[in-house]
Design a protein around this ligand. Structure first.
Ligand code: PAF
Length: 273
């Protein structure tokens, strides 16, 4: 497996490839969720490139950029075993210049929900994903549905900037207890982890209510909030796949989203209905 450190190295490597290329952008501290994206890419493409870059521009001041888990040696082993051909691990200075040409997340959909509580977060996500897609020129790029709004905005960017890449959404991977896998789960103490399970519990309850025929989203949100009461909830929202809030569930076109703090750790989760 090649370790590429600079955009130039990556561009040269990319030029040497023929056949299809799959790309999995990550911030490292890889877990089974990342692995499922990597495995999909390896199975579907002739070559798979993974990036590991803790992108400073998507963290707000006071967020966990400094303490975000960095496990480069373990990540390299995981990628190698999974059949990744090239791992792009640049320094921040190799990716960003001073006084950059900036990308701005859309006014509305980039500043609701995650974007409301983390204003500017998606500007940074789109900035770096745009750069990474330009460097890797993949046929397919793989993103997890756990970051549902990120996925939506990346699909929107790719469409609006006429980028020639297929964005492949990948299902959320959960631990046996139901908690969605996240690199930030390592911050949770055993007690916090127990409390964090209220998040998937609330989503399961929502799914049950929908199965029983309830479609009124305010009723569903109300029940979810009851379950989530011990946590500091930032939002519980139900949107369609265009990220418009909806008052009635439409099967096949609804996403139920939660963001909540468990202690100091901010977690997000969702289910697609
Ligand atoms: O989802 C992530 O890990 C990050 O937001 C991404 C897409 C790698 C951009 O830094």
């Amino acid at each position: 497996m090649k370790i590429l450190r600079t955009p130039k190295e990556l561009q040269e490597y990319r030029k040497s490839l023929s056949g299809s290329v799959g790309f999995v952008p990550t911030m490292g501290a890889l877990h089974k969720g990342h692995l499922s994206l990597i495995e999909k890419s390896v199975a579907r493409n002739d070559h798979t490139i993974v990036s590991i870059f803790v992108n400073p521009t998507q963290f707000l001041p006071g967020e966990d950029f400094e303490k975000y888990p960095r496990r480069y040696e373990a990540d390299k082993k995981i990628c190698k075993l999974a059949g990744v051909e090239a791992l792009f691990m640049p320094e921040v200075s190799a990716i960003y210049e001073k006084d950059e040409v900036l990308l701005k997340a859309p006014h509305q959909k980039g500043y609701i929900l995650e974007g409301h509580f983390r204003p500017g977060h998606f500007d940074g996500v789109l900035q770096v994903v745009n750069k990474l897609l330009h460097l890797t020129k993949p046929d397919r790029a793989y993103f997890g549905k756990k970051d549902a709004q990120q996925l939506y905005l990346i699909q929107k960017m790719v469409r609006e900037l006429f980028m020639d890449v297929q964005i492949v959404p990948c299902d959320i991977v959960r631990d046996e207890d139901g908690l969605a896998l996240s690199s930030r789960n390592v911050y949770l103490s055993p007690q916090e982890r127990q409390r964090a399970l209220l998040i998937p519990k609330s989503l399961k309850r929502a799914a049950k209510l929908i199965q029983s025929g309830i479609t009124d989203t305010s009723m569903i949100k109300e029940e979810m909030l009851q379950i989530l009461r011990p946590l500091k909830v930032e939002y519980v929202e139900i949107v369609n796949k265009d990220f418009d809030a909806i008052s009635k569930i439409e099967i096949g076109d609804s996403i139920i989203l939660v963001a909540a703090y468990v202690g100091q750790t901010r977690l997000i989760d969702n289910i697609w209905i």
